[in-house]
Design a protein around this ligand. Structure first.
Ligand SMILES: [Fe+2]
Ligand SMILES: [Fe+2]
Length: 167
């Protein structure tokens, strides 16, 4: 793999671990505010992001590229509401989408067909990620953050589980 792609994938590994950390913080905010179901939703999201990071990690080794593990900045913890958590989540996911698109641009410029094939999984995954945040925000806004509606939505959020994709 060419150096420019290796460098950017190494950065992406950090971003994916950062995403996990961010969603852990969001889950904790939910728990502190009595939304146990949303906490569980974010723990699933946390596991997904960890899986993403490891998928990149494994791929780098498969291609004989050097993995460089780095640290990252503190995630945001001061949210103003449940809707605010999801608004910030949407913002973060659209940033990640732009990162995946950048990786795909580089792989395409490099004519690295194997990497293009590998990255396609993430292109599709980001469509799902953005949709799951957006649709949850829509539901939160629909029912509001106090009362029976949010109580049921919280219960529904708890049903989301992490199932690692086969490959
Ligand atoms: Fe991710
Ligand atoms: Fe994500």
């Amino acid at each position: 793999m060419k150096k420019n792609l290796v460098d950017e994938i190494n950065k992406q590994i950090t971003y994916e671990f950062f995403s996990a950390q961010l969603y852990l913080a969001m889950g904790s905010y939910c728990k502190e505010h009595g939304f146990d179901g949303f906490e569980s939703w974010f723990m699933t999201q946390y596991q997904e992001e960890h899986f993403h990071a490891m998928k990149f990690y494994r791929y780098m080794h498969e291609r004989g590229a050097e993995v460089i593990i780095k640290g990252f900045e503190d995630p945001k913890i001061d949210y103003t509401s449940l809707a605010n958590v999801f608004e910030y989540g949407i913002e973060h996911e659209s940033f990640v989408t732009s990162r995946i698109n950048l990786l795909m641009d580089i792989a395409t410029q490099n004519k690295d067909y194997a990497a293009i094939q590998f990255l396609q999984w993430f292109i599709n995954e980001q469509v799902e990620e953005e949709d799951s945040f957006r649709s949850m925000l829509q539901k939160i806004k629909m029912v509001g953050e106090v009362g029976e509606g949010i109580y049921h939505l919280d219960k529904e959020a708890a049903l989301r589980v992490f199932t690692p994709p086969v490959k």
